[in-house]
Design a protein around this ligand. Structure first.
Ligand SMILES: Nc1ncnc2c1ncn2[C@@H]1O[C@H](COP(=O)(O)OP(=O)(O)OP(=O)(O)O)[C@@H](O)[C@H]1O
Ligand SMILES: [Mg+2]
Length: 373
């Protein structure tokens, strides 16, 4: 690349980054543009979180072997560049001599590799904080010149600034949603909740004043319905207020089951779980407990949390009256949204239930890119 081409590249990338407001789209577009303007063949970007779990955030023009099975060789296991990043050795743009992912894909004979054997790795930083890796490669190219590495580094700095800007704006949006949910929870608590409470106590008070059996029965119903509604409203308010799982999934589900008046036995726990999966399982667990409280007729249940090197598993069971999932005609949303949430996590959802045999739901989520794989 001559100077003019370099300047053109940097200006184009800066223009693009300046416009982007979405992180995933920003990373994908900058990668596409970088490859297009430099003539490099392929590239991919990993993002790493504070627990050092990585995700493949963008990839472009991958050879067949790396695109194989949903980019399996890029999504699974560890490699030299991730190891260097985690050990703190990837401080600047570097020629990665070999790539374990490319080697694995070649060894397993998963299709064409287009003569891609090596890649350059560039750390992505926002200030001093490392947040990802940009990898680029070209056919037959087994090393990058210092000039090429400098250009890649300057693009990585630009990506870092755009990343920080987008992250701050997303944080602000999340805070606004969080504040709005808290406001809604407060309003519900101060209005509907208090009114249900008054209805419940008014019914008890009036019941004492009348001897008419019909009126008495009606007041008893009003009392019990408002009591149930109050319990559900409390659970809803609590749900609105708490989307965070800081104290761990098992504890959080334990607290929630108490709000619903359930006795929960929990076995096992997850030692280290990406926060996105934990939040997903938390929401599925909440709905499973809601269903037990509403439909099972039982007030005891168990949750088992298991993990091994490949997957996380959560099972929620009750020994209540059960139902026939195949013949269900309910227009409820709970089972559908549990299934959807599981699939958004890339996991599976299974429900086993039969009349008088209780109900068990099982969610299994495959681990991807865990440290230590
Ligand atoms: N643990 C359970 N025990 C017995 N029946 C259940 C259980 N879980 C679900 N069901 C049955 O499956 C139906 C569908 O559940 P789903 O969660 O989809 O809807 P819902 O709870 O009725 O309404 P929503 O969740 O939208 O408030 C329920 O109406 C109930 O008949
Ligand atoms: Mg439900």
């Amino acid at each position: 690349m001559n100077r003019d081409q370099e300047l053109y590249l940097i200006k184009n990338i800066a223009e693009l980054l300046n416009k982007e407001t979405d992180l995933t789209s920003m990373l994908q577009q900058v990668l596409d543009k970088l490859l297009h303007l430099t003539g490099l063949q392929t590239g991919w970007i990993f993002l790493l979180d504070e627990k050092q779990h990585y995700t493949l955030a963008a990839s472009s023009r991958l050879p067949e072997a790396l695109a194989y099975e949903n980019k399996r060789y890029l999504c699974e296991g560890r490699c030299y560049c991730i190891n260097q990043y985690i050990d703190g050795r990837l401080k600047e743009a570097a020629n990665i001599i070999e790539c374990k992912r490319i080697e694995d894909a070649i060894r397993s004979d998963r299709g064409k590799i287009d003569d891609i054997t090596h890649h350059a790795s560039v750390p992505l930083k926002s200030g001093e904080e490392l947040f990802g890796i940009l990898n680029v490669a070209a056919p037959g190219k087994n090393s990058f010149t210092q000039d090429e590495l400098h250009i890649l580094e300057s693009i990585a700095y630009q990506i870092g600034s755009a990343y920080e800007r987008i992250r701050l704006s997303e944080k602000e949006k999340t805070m606004k949603v969080f504040e709005e949910r808290n406001r809604l929870a407060r309003d519900l608590h101060d209005s509907v909740n208090q009114q249900l409470f008054s209805i419940m106590y008014t019914a008890t008070g009036v019941k004492r004043q009348t001897k008419d059996p019909l009126v008495n029965a009606a007041l008893k119903d009003i009392h019990s319905m408002s009591k149930d509604a109050l319990a559900q409203m409390k659970a809803l308010i609590w749900q609105l207020r708490s989307d965070r799982v800081e104290e761990g999934l098992a504890n959080r589900l334990g607290t929630y089951s108490k709000k619903l008046g359930l006795t929960l036995i929990t076995t096992g726990q997850f030692t280290s779980i990406p926060s996105q999966i934990e939040v997903g399982l938390w929401k599925i667990g909440q709905e499973a407990l809601n269903n037990i409280s509403k439909h099972s007729g039982s007030n005891t249940c168990t949750i088992s949390l298991k993990e091994d090197s490949l997957y996380y598993e959560m099972k929620v069971s009750d020994s209540g009256k059960g139902f026939k999932p195949d013949t269900l005609t309910s227009d409820g949303m709970g089972l559908i949204s549990m299934k959807e949430r599981a699939s958004l996590l890339g996991g599976s959802f299974c429900i086993e239930s039969a009349a008088e045999q209780g109900t068990t739901i099982t969610i299994t989520v495959l681990k991807r890119g865990e440290p230590g794989d």
